[in-house]
Design a protein around this ligand. Structure first.
Ligand SMILES: [Fe+2]
Ligand SMILES: [Fe+2]
Length: 321
């Protein structure tokens, strides 16, 4: 293809984005658009799957049958989100095996929040309330993103995320209505998860290297700092309502801006966890690699069965002829 032809295609592509048209897998797209989407969608898929680990750890220890059922349903939803997103990513011309390989080799990232441990039952409430709450704020704008399969996946995912957020907040309400020890447990979990939750929105706008291009492609509709502020403004009143204290002495309502002012995020901790030095990075990755290796016989058996079925069908067709 000549340079002029490519320029022409690029101009048509940009015009489609400007008109808010969806880009579908078989449409022409710039290579950078394809690669950026593979990176973001796979990172999202990996986060859903790795995100099952800290909570899955609590299914057998949930305090009642009702809590077990709700948590089980939530963790299964996360598996569904992961599979849905891997499929969306595969439409961009990368295989599932390659995506897993990138994760296992540490080349692909997943959300750093899942590298923190879940120490008590209150952590499960806090994850639903804060982590799924932050995920909703990150993901709602993606329902309008330009790449069709990703946008459609997000519509369904967001509906399920709101159930996750509510089941988490309900756990917190119950703990805060309970004994002194239960309330302390809730406060302790909030103390540990608050700052990592704020980090889920990524580096500040000044430091975010992908923001500008992603905004242009409508892969991102709001900046990291805007989304983080929205999360804080939404969450502080929820903490107040159940009598929990946000662990930030600088947190203060600002009449002028109509938003909460908040303290400095420890970006050193953020980068340490991103670089693989968080409390559970190694454990999480080992769990994923083990699951992949231990599942080899299932994949082999499924392939062998599919081949046999195919042979059987071919024999039947040949007889009929
Ligand atoms: Fe999810
Ligand atoms: Fe979720």
């Amino acid at each position: 293809m000549s340079e002029d032809q490519i320029k022409n295609l690029e101009a048509q592509f940009e015009a489609r984005i400007a008109r808010d048209e969806k880009i579908e897998p078989k449409d022409w797209m710039p290579e950078k658009y394809r690669q950026t989407h593979i990176r973001q969608i796979s990172q999202h898929a990996h986060s859903e799957i790795v995100g099952m680990l800290p909570e899955g750890n609590w299914i057998t220890r949930a305090p009642s049958l009702r809590r077990k059922v709700a948590l089980l349903a939530k963790v299964q939803d996360e598996a569904g989100h992961g599979l849905y997103l891997y499929s969306a990513c595969e439409t961009l011309g990368i295989s599932r095996e390659e995506l897993y390989e990138q994760l296992h080799a540490g080349k692909a990232k997943y959300s750093s929040i899942f590298n923190y441990p879940t120490l008590t039952w209150a952590d499960i409430g806090t994850i639903g309330w804060l982590v799924d709450g932050a995920a909703i704020i990150n993901q709602v704008p993606l329902c309008n993103t330009s790449f069709g399969p990703y946008a459609r996946a997000m519509v369904r995912v967001c509906k399920e995320e709101s159930f996750h957020q509510r089941q988490g907040y309900e756990i917190m309400i119950k703990l805060c209505e309970g004994t002194k020890e239960q309330k302390e447990m809730a406060q302790d979990a909030l103390n540990r998860w608050w700052w990592p939750s704020l980090m889920m929105f990524g580096p500040t706008d000044a430091e975010s290297i992908h923001t500008e291009q992603s905004m242009k492609w409508k892969l991102k509709r709001k900046s990291n700092d805007e989304l983080r502020q929205q999360f804080i403004d939404q969450t502080v009143p929820q903490a107040d309502l159940i009598g929990l204290t946000i662990p930030d002495p600088d947190l203060k309502w600002n009449e002028k801006t109509g938003h909460y002012d908040f303290g400095e995020i420890d970006w050193n901790e953020f980068w340490q966890v991103v670089k693989g030095h968080g409390p559970c990075n190694k454990e999480r990755m080992k769990a994923r690699v083990d699951a992949w290796e231990n599942g080899q016989w299932v994949r082999d058996a499924a392939m062998a069965f599919a081949e046999k079925e195919q042979e059987r069908k071919e024999k039947l067709t040949n007889k009929a002829v």
